[in-house]
Design a protein around this ligand. Structure first.
Ligand SMILES: [Zn+2]
Length: 147
């Protein structure tokens, strides 16, 4: 790591500390040239798969967008934001651990539906009815019977 003050090529790590949740490492470094100290942060780089839309275009995974649609489905339902966040965490972990590079929106929708099904049945049906854009009544009633 080059010194940000003088550009010297050699710096020494004088202290290493992990954040409380363990996902960030902070290192204090000292420049071998000018002796100035600075801090570097180290975080694991994890890539979410990109989301492939119906028309084939790709977009970045957007947690806030997903959160917004879940909250819409959960409107006026007795489910707290912490539960939504926990559900989003689970979805993200699933995506990350899958190791896949691309995920169709339909698949992402299935993950959301699975979470909503556990959180709140009404929200689940609301979301599913928009997401699957039911083409026939049979499909809808099958879904209702599932619940
Ligand atoms: Zn320096």
């Amino acid at each position: 790591m080059k010194c940000p003050f003088c550009g010297h090529g050699e710096t020494q790590v004088v202290e290493t500390r992990e954040s409380d949740d363990g996902d960030l490492v902070r290192r204090r470094r000292r420049c071998g040239g000018c002796e100035q100290r600075f801090t570097t942060y180290e975080r694991a780089e994890v890539a979410m798969p990109s989301v492939v839309k119906k028309d084939g275009s790709r977009t970045d995974f957007d947690r806030s967008k997903l959160q917004a649609s879940m909250r819409l489905a959960l409107r006026k339902r007795p489910v707290g934001i912490e539960q939504v966040e926990a559900a989003l965490d689970r979805i993200e972990r699933t995506l990350l651990s899958s190791g896949i590079k691309e995920m169709p929106t339909a698949k992402l929708g299935e993950l959301v539906m699975r979470e909503l099904k556990n959180l709140d049945k009404v929200a689940y049906v609301r979301f599913a009815s928009v997401y699957r854009s039911f083409e026939d009544v049979d499909e809808f009633s099958r879904l209702i019977q599932d619940i």
